[in-house]
Design a protein around this ligand. Structure first.
Ligand code: ADP
Ligand code: MG
Length: 328
């Protein structure tokens, strides 16, 4: 099988939404009238973002999920994506699993594969997603990192830290009971992009971003963009570790410090972090219900710069929690 048979067999499907899909030198996409395009790329590299032996179906899912998560963070509606793929060899079983996981998530969000590139090389997956955001009279309704105001509440969606817990367990740092490992591993390998919540937050959230490298590091980008500071209540954040509710937790050998590290520094959550004035609290709960995505308040935006972590007694924790950085 050659490069073009591979594209034909595993990736080419009739264009539905796109004006022109796979097969020509460019794809053609018509964004809805009166909207802006939201565009984002994410690359997954073997050994860095995933283990070599990971199930190709979950890898297909995750490669698209991490990109859709960026659209969710901006309140954008997914339209289409491109896929640049470097493969060491043609492995049909791998390609079948990968494309199955990829298209299952793509179809769930009405996001169409419209092109890409295929080359031989160390396994590397780069996806670019295209979404749309209403822009009446040229004014975009996209959620940005820069709108947080002093006094705003800080919310996160879903759960935090379980992906890191799974990663540490797979690396042998923790020994989790099978059911706990299974659920945490699903969070690591098959994150759910919070598209519906992102759409529901338009007009409500003052700022938003998605969490990919760990809460404490990621929030700093939002604070910097908004020129504000924040207080996070670590007990509320710790509550977000889904594994903590697990009956077998006390036997898993993970102390509070380790759990807190997962929640504050763990990457790969792909949840939304957003801010909103307290007056929107009731509307936010409606948005959460309508999008079937739980949300939780974990802190408050301050006028004074800096990030403060408070424990359940209001005592400030030392800031030794760091985030993932590829070059640090
Ligand atoms: P070009 O030479 O112009 O870069 P290619 O010959 O590499 O184009 O690709 C042929 C067509 O197949 C193009 O429409 C391209 O977008 C598409 N394509 C290539 N690789 C992929 C892929 N992995 N997934 C989806 N479409 C792809
Ligand atoms: Mg090419």
């Amino acid at each position: 099988m050659g490069e073009f048979d591979l594209i034909e067999r595993y990736f080419k499907r009739p264009a539905k939404r796109a004006v022109l899909g796979i097969g020509d030198d460019c794809a053609l996409l018509q964004p809805p009238p009166g909207s802006h395009m939201a565009i984002s790329s994410d690359m997954l590299v073997e050994g860095r973002h995933f283990f070599a032996d990971v199930d190709p179906r979950t890898l297909g899912h995750k490669a698209l999920a991490v990109n859709l998560s960026d659209l969710a963070a901006c309140g954008a509606k997914p339209l289409a994506f491109t896929l640049a793929l470097a493969l060491p060899k043609i492995d049909e079983a791998w390609l079948a699993g990968f494309s199955q996981g990829l298209f299952a998530l793509a179809d769930q969000h009405g996001c169409e594969l419209i092109g890409g590139d295929t080359t031989r090389g160390p396994l590397n997956i780069c996806i670019t997603v295209f979404g749309s955001v209403p822009a009446p009279a040229g004014k975009s309704q996209a959620l940005l990192r820069s709108g947080a105001q002093p006094g705003d509440d800080i919310y996160v969606s879903g759960h935090l830290g379980d992906a890191r817990l799974a990663l540490d367990a797979l690396r042998g740092k923790f020994h989790l009971p099978p059911a706990l490992l299974q659920s945490a591993r699903q969070r690591l390998e098959e994150p759910s992009p919070r598209i519906a919540l992102g759409l529901a937050l338009r007009g409500l959230a003052s700022a938003a971003m998605d969490l990919s490298d760990g809460l404490v590091g990621d929030i700093q980008h939002l604070l910097k963009a908004s020129q504000v500071g924040a207080t996070i209540h670590t007990a509320s954040a710790l509550d977000r570790l889904a594994a903590r509710k697990h009956a077998e937790w006390p036997n898993a050998g993970i102390n509070d410090e380790a759990a807190l590290t997962c929640v504050l520094s763990g990457g790969d959550d792909y949840e939304l972090l957003f801010t909103a004035p307290p007056s929107t609290a009731a509307a936010l709960q409606v948005a959460a219900r309508q999008s079937a995505t739980p949300i939780h308040c974990i802190g408050r935006i301050n006028a004074a710069p800096g990030l403060q972590l408070l424990d359940e007694n209001g005592v400030e924790l030392p800031m030794h929690f760091t985030s993932f950085d590829h070059f640090s």
